[in-house]
Design a protein around this ligand. Structure first.
Ligand SMILES: [Fe+2]
Length: 185
């Protein structure tokens, strides 16, 4: 397994009539190979900003390796498109929200262990957090260029909606990580 083979599989999936479910099927086909995928993506740090996470980016598809360290929790955010995650190692809790006119409504939780896949539609926002003492490492697949699509983030305390701004996002992430739990509107 090499990174370019992953890119080829997902690039083919997003040409499908139903790209979200085609990409999810590719992730599910990889769920017994998480150690091999983690090895193939070892050259990507996965933390320390977007440039250290992305290994493919086009108008149709973004592929990231994301490494959430112990104690890290994101603010609520969306992706501007569908998103699907295959957890490679560690444990990751996702709190899921439906977005309606900029407001969040909690829709559920999903705790991922290695080999688990979580798929979110474009109208879904989430909070992701590392569970346990080891980093949560995942392969993240998005149905567009998430660095140019319009996206939103929510203040972790007031839940006010904002356009996603990476300069502010880290501040929100620090506040979110210091909280006892994800917000539950
Ligand atoms: Fe996310």
């Amino acid at each position: 397994m090499k990174a370019h083979e992953l890119v080829a599989r997902f690039a083919a999936a997003v040409e499908h009539a139903d790209p979200m479910n085609a990409a999810r099927a590719v992730l599910e086909s990889l769920c017994d190979d998480v150690a091999a995928i983690e090895g193939a993506l070892d050259y990507i740090p996965g933390t320390g900003g977007n440039a250290n996470q992305v290994f493919y980016r086009s108008p149709e598809l973004t592929l990231l390796k994301v490494r959430f360290p112990n104690g890290r929790r994101t603010p609520p955010h969306d992706h501007g498109t569908w998103a699907s995650i295959l957890l490679l190692s560690g444990g990751e809790k996702n709190t899921l929200y439906r977005t309606e006119n900029g407001a969040l409504r909690k829709a559920g939780e999903s705790t991922l262990t290695p080999g688990a896949v979580l798929t979110m539609r474009a109208d879904t926002a989430h909070v992701a957090e590392c569970l346990g003492d080891t980093p949560a490492i995942g392969l993240h697949v998005y149905g567009g260029d998430i660095f140019t699509l319009p996206r939103r983030m929510w203040h972790p305390q007031t839940l006010e909606a904002h356009a996603l701004d990476w300069g502010v996002y880290e501040n929100f992430a620090r506040m979110a990580s210091a909280a006892a739990d994800a917000p539950a509107p």
